[in-house]
Write a new protein. Structure first.
Length: 80
């Protein structure tokens, strides 16, 4: 009986979650708000030029730099 109640609660929460997600979907008939700013946001920043608040971009840039340094160091050590 306890397992059945847990099952009903999980199914009910899943139903409400999916129902809310469907109602939050924006309609396709909406007008574009700021097309110029959207195009400007799509242009990526050059590497190392991420803002101080964009920690994900900075960490990805740092990981890429370390990978390149490691690759270069490996290539240099393998040269005769």
């Amino acid at each position: 009986m306890r397992g059945f109640l847990i099952f009903v609660i999980v199914v009910g929460l899943g139903y409400f979650f999916l129902r809310q997600k469907q109602s939050d979907t924006p309609s396709a008939t909406g007008t574009p708000v700021a097309t110029q700013s959207v195009e400007a946001k799509l242009t990526p920043a050059t590497r190392g030029q991420a803002s101080e608040h964009n920690w994900m971009k900075r960490s990805l840039d740092r990981a890429r730099d370390v990978t390149e340094q490691s690759r270069a160091q490996t290539q240099d050590s393998q040269k005769p």
